[in-house]
Design a protein around this ligand. Structure first.
Ligand code: SF4
Ligand code: SF4
Length: 130
């Protein structure tokens, strides 16, 4: 599950808010986005992949929220590793191999997130009308 947003790294771009398919993260006008509905986190790593500031850490436990030490996580080198290892940062210089082509999924995954956002809004509108 998503475990932490590093405020010192966050640029406030809200890419993580848009990318999260289950609306776990809320935008904020006074600081970094807020982890608002962690119970809806499906540990898909989309927020981490779309955060080009490497400001998000998603822990590997899919069933329960982990209390982490931000300093220890930063020291571990795990923050942003997924993005870098899968070539999302430097597609032009990515080496050969199918893992390095993973960045090509970006537009498709973003489209999926947009579809999920529209469905969520439509469902919410239906409930409001009841
Ligand atoms: S994607 Fe990263 S930099 Fe952008 S708002 Fe989210 S945490 Fe901050
Ligand atoms: S890991 Fe996936 S479901 Fe969890 S907050 Fe990030 S984008 Fe949302």
């Amino acid at each position: 599950m998503i475990a932490h947003i590093f405020p010192d790294r966050c640029t406030g771009c809200d890419a993580c808010v848009a990318a999260c398919p289950t609306h776990v993260i809320d935008a904020s006008t006074i600081g970094p986005p807020v982890i608002a509905r962690i119970d809806q986190c499906q540990t898909c790593y989309m927020c981490e992949l779309y955060c080009d500031a490497d400001a998000i850490y998603v822990a590997t436990d899919q069933h329960s929220a982990e209390v982490i030490s931000p300093d220890a996580v930063l020291a571990s080198g795990h923050v942003g590793r997924l993005r870098h290892d899968y070539g999302w940062d430097h597609p032009a210089s990515a080496g050969e191999g199918h893992l390095q082509d993973f960045w090509r999924l970006g537009p498709l995954l973003r489209e999926g997130a947009e579809i999920a956002t529209k469905r969520y809004a439509a469902r919410h509108a239906d409930r409001s009308a009841d």
